[in-house]
Design a protein around this ligand. Sequence first.
Ligand code: GRF
Length: 213
Amino acid sequence: MNQTCRVVVLISGSGTNLQALIDAQQAGNLPIEIVGVISNRPNVAGLERAAKANIATKTVDHTEFSSREKFDHCIAEAIQSFNPDLVVLAGYMRIMTAELVQQFPGKMLNIHPSLLPKYPGLHTHRKAIENGESEHGSTVHFVTEELDGGPIIAQMHVNIAKNETEQSLIEKVKTIEHQLYPQVVKWFAEQRLQWKSGVIYFDNEALAQPIRL
Ligand code: GRF
């Protein structure tokens, strides 16, 4: 990567994490070019955010495909058409096939609203509250074929208050995500972060444990 890191962002909805990346980039704090935004849902707010920032968008509506394989084939084509250095999943709510994931080894990141490996999957905030956890948070990891199971790069924690509701916790976690994701993308763009042969390297040293921000 000798020039600016080309980033494609995949979304399904509101795109507040996408907005955090756009804002950081526009403020001069993130040395990337967001070359495309792809959504599996038409007319979502994230697409409007991208258009407002003059970023090319594509919609690949999963409801128009008869199988996950066919849909992912089209998603892969859409991603490859932007020739990215990095693929960023930001609230992208589709499970990916191995065929798709394997096209981007060490080049695809996801953000998940829990302190993985705790609470993979959906409704993480509700489950954390119901289980009486004292803290929750968010994780950025490289994407592998295992859902929310790829190697963990970094995490941020939030406290769960006594009167915490699912909605208030969702908002708390989103606030930290908007710091966490731009930071990890920045490390990748600056080539400080790599995933090679199953090992995460940060500043050329194997990462022994997730970075806690
Ligand atoms: C975030 O909480 C992220 O962790 C999860 O989906 C949510 C996306 O929110 N994967 P937004 O679309 O970026 O606002």
